[in-house]
Design a protein. Structure first.
Length: 257
């Protein structure tokens, strides 16, 4: 019985995919990419899962193997998928290395990148402010979770982080369980939400008395503020993070493809 139900579900999915491919004016590869992206959003394939082969996807969607390959190549370029030689194409995972090279921009004086070690100062559930609602596109009366933490590099406090997310999107976040260092990986594994893009604004600011104390600096010391809005696969705002960084021993590096 279970096998029959699964077969029907697969057949229905295939039929729906074919209808979308045949009924759109977009290039075929773009339509195939949309279908695969939606399956990632729906957690049809989970992080680390192998996708069907190009031949299998081409047969299911009734397109050429070359069309599937172009769609997959575009998604590999976006870091949504990863190709492994001789093994196939897999859904990307937010590993420590991926987080370090794609979403962490402070580089040491010698050019090295190091994952910071965090200490959570506070975790609060409350009503969202007007600005938080605007940045995260929340309705009036929505609640958020705010996390403040100090992040150290090579044992030295370097960053004061203020992280804000929707309580509805991340229920029970910051409860009894200790928050991990790599929040993006945590979002992906525990909540099925994958961060694929970050929009950043950078400016120079002066350290508040609290920030100066946390970072071992004089009040008013120069800091680099990184204001980042992180988006999910379907372009929803997921996390608003403001990081104030002591760059006396580090440089902000933004890499472009």
């Amino acid at each position: 019985m279970a096998k029959t139900a699964t077969t029907r579900k697969t057949a229905k999915s295939r039929l729906g995919a074919r209808r979308r491919v045949s009924g759109s004016t977009k290039p075929l590869y773009a339509q195939v990419e949309e279908i695969i992206r939606q399956r990632l959003i729906d957690n049809y394939w989970k992080p680390g899962d192998a996708l069907p082969s190009e031949i299998q996807l081409a047969a299911e969607l009734d397109v050429s193997q070359g069309t599937v390959r172009k769609a997959l190549n575009d998604m590999v370029a976006e870091n949504l998928l990863v190709r492994r030689q001789g093994r196939g194409t897999f859904v990307s995972e937010h590993t420590e290395r991926r987080a370090l090279f794609l979403f962490f921009s402070l580089v040491g004086e010698d050019g090295t990148r190091t994952m910071p070690v965090s200490r959570v100062i506070s975790c609060e559930h409350r009503k969202a402010t007007t600005e938080e609602r605007a940045r995260l596109e929340l309705a009036a009366g929505a609640e958020v979770v705010t996390v403040r933490r100090v992040r150290s590099l090579h044992g030295e406090p370097t960053i004061v982080d203020h992280v804000t997310v929707s309580s509805a999107m991340f229920p029970n976040l910051g409860g009894d369980a200790k928050l991990p260092e790599n929040l993006y990986r945590f979002y992906q594994i525990e909540y099925g939400i994958t961060i694929t893009k970050a929009l950043e604004r950078v400016r120079a600011v002066s350290a508040t008395s609290e920030e100066a104390k946390l970072l071992g600096l004089e009040p008013g010391a120069a800091l680099l503020e990184i204001d980042r809005l992180s988006l999910s696969l379907d372009a929803r705002p997921v996390e608003w993070r403001v990081s104030r960084c002591n760059t006396s021993k580090h440089t902000y590096v933004a890499e472009r493809g």
